[in-house]
Write a protein of this length. Structure first.
Length: 134
């Protein structure tokens, strides 16, 4: 169906949230345990960042930091782009492609409601799923 929105493709899995003072090794273990590719970083109810598997590889391991000592706040992406449940899936896909990211926090007027991954929007061959195609 043309004009699909993020709410149509948002996976209903639990959102993993940590504070910026948490260590990277804790984030990595949570991502593995919960089978997610990113954790959202909050300060109280406010979204302040996101840390992805790719961030851990590039900003921590490849940079020579110790995952057991490095705090998330040092290596996270600050003030990440986010979308809403009503954002068109095609627009979210385009934004992720332009920014070179694989995860977008999903927020509404109450706060964080989820995370949409590129894989939620595209099929295994990197084509938009039918609900997002015209």
């Amino acid at each position: 169906m043309p004009g699909a929105v993020i709410a149509d493709v948002l996976r209903r899995r639990r959102v993993v949230v940590l504070g910026q003072g948490a260590r990277v090794d804790r984030a990595a273990r949570l991502m593995a345990d919960k089978r997610v590719g990113a954790v959202l970083v909050t300060e109280g109810p406010r979204l302040i960042g996101i840390l992805s598997e790719r961030d851990i590889v590039r900003r921590v391991i490849a940079a020579g930091f110790d995952v057991a000592r490095t705090r998330i706040g040092r290596v996270m992406t600050r003030a990440p782009l986010f979308c809403t449940p009503r954002t068109l899936s095609l627009r979210a896909y385009q934004a992720m492609r332009e920014l070179g990211v694989r995860h977008l926090p999903v927020m509404d007027e109450t706060g964080v409601v989820g995370v949409v991954a590129m894989a939620d929007i595209v099929g295994p061959d990197e084509r938009l799923v039918q609900t997002a195609a015209a």
